[in-house]
Design a protein around this ligand. Sequence first.
Ligand SMILES: Nc1ncnc2c1ncn2[C@@H]1O[C@H](COP(=O)(O)OP(=O)(O)OP(=O)(O)O)[C@@H](O)[C@H]1O
Length: 312
Amino acid sequence: MRVLATCSNVSKSIDERLVIDSVSFEIPEGSTFALLGPNGAGKTTTIRLLTGLLTPDEGEISLFDSKINSENASTLRSNIGVQNDGNLYEELTIEENLSIWGKLYGLEGSVIGKRIGELLNLFDLEDRKKSKVSQLSKGMRQKVMVARAIIHHPRLLILDEPTTGLDPQSSETLMNYLKVLTEEEKMTVLFSTHILEGLETLASHIGILNKGKMLATGEIPDLLKQRWPDDQYSISSNNEQRVYEICSQYGVCEYDTIHNDTRVVVKAETMDMPDLINVLVKEGIEIDAAEKVQRTIKDYYFDTLVGKSDEH
Ligand SMILES: Nc1ncnc2c1ncn2[C@@H]1O[C@H](COP(=O)(O)OP(=O)(O)OP(=O)(O)O)[C@@H](O)[C@H]1O
């Protein structure tokens, strides 16, 4: 797959503090890339570096196969859409704001009208299109900022915590729309977020930043498979302690510190699940359920950050 953006060993200090520390990652074309990490991890700074608003102290950033430099930055930026791209015009209406940006991006009048209609509909802002931005709520402004970044259907859309301030329904609508943009419009999307629940249905790739370092990056199914190569089952029974003891004898049991329960890691070479269930039943244990554990990005995220909070 073609790579649309690359960060290679990028470092950046702000006020003599190293806030981005030799970060490398790739954004493949057509991907939906979620940038994750605790507060202050460096997500916004990475986004500002990618969009050319900040210059790396070390390392290289390439967009669309070209290394960003002071000469080509503005041309490259015309192919990206950025949510926090300057302020909105407070004394103009939503419609006027979007129209100005459509013109700036060189769209034809008829296309601008059509796109504005779609975006107002998407964000449930049709009845407010004649309202001045200064009269909008925080969440509504956020919607207009995101709409502005999308209006020209950029090749690469970059959104910094796009759902912050949005109500649950609007968040869901926006995230589903981003999926449509990647699938139908072949757009590539990078977004930062703190929302981990259900992320695997929205994102194809992730990068986890912590204290300026990229701890893990790649395609979600690959990362999950690398971290948990063996099938795991969660067994609920009338005697958890005994299950743990018996499974431990066979070397297939571990205590899951994230979920606080007993999980059986079934390694193909040791024992398969039906055999193990038989052993447990023969021992007089009543098994209520033995469910295969579906690992998620939330599990992966916390597993990656375990023990990292004190490092720097
Ligand atoms: N303009 C600035 N001046 C000084 N320090 C800054 C500036 N911008 C960012 N930093 C520092 O860089 C580090 C990374 O900040 P950044 O905003 O990139 O984190 P983030 O991952 O986006 O955090 P959050 O999830 O809280 O938005 C922080 O320690 C922050 O204090």
